[in-house]
Design a protein. Sequence first.
Length: 190
Amino acid sequence: MPDLLPENLLQPLEELSDIVAIKGATNPSLSPKIPIPTTDHIQKIYPTMKEVQGLRKYAKEYERFCEWSALPKDIRDPQTLVAFEKKYKLPKGYTFYFKTREDFREKTLKNFWDNLMDVYPDVVHSVYQRAIAKSDKAAALFLDLMNKHMNLDKPRVSVQPMVLMGVPQEKIDKLFTPQGFAKIEDITPK
């Protein structure tokens, strides 16, 4: 395979590295390395959201907003973000900052599941009432809900026999026997 770089191109690079080494040796402040800029100066001008979140000027309103966001749109009161901001006397568009907080999704999901668990007994009772009124689908749903919570202590065990054609059963049993229990006759009392 022929060389991709001819010799005459490598020579100027070697001379350049010698020149940089000489200048670095004569003047210690000069370095052949180029400094990489950092973003420290930007962080001094523009604080990060973590620093802004530490202020929590509208802490109570934020908690209410997390609860409000977890509700379905049909039952929210007030219905829109603008109406929410007006009701709680927030600056226009401030709910956007609520959504950017780190714990917003976590709190909203927690409130969502809390709300869902509050209405769960009513839903199950409604399905039960429909099942009694001879609704086959409701009865199947109710039985499915009940079966999931019955026999909680009893573990489900499904063992299927393993059969390989042409392989003796003793060899298959050896595959599933731990090494310490290979010879049970030696450890049983007589």
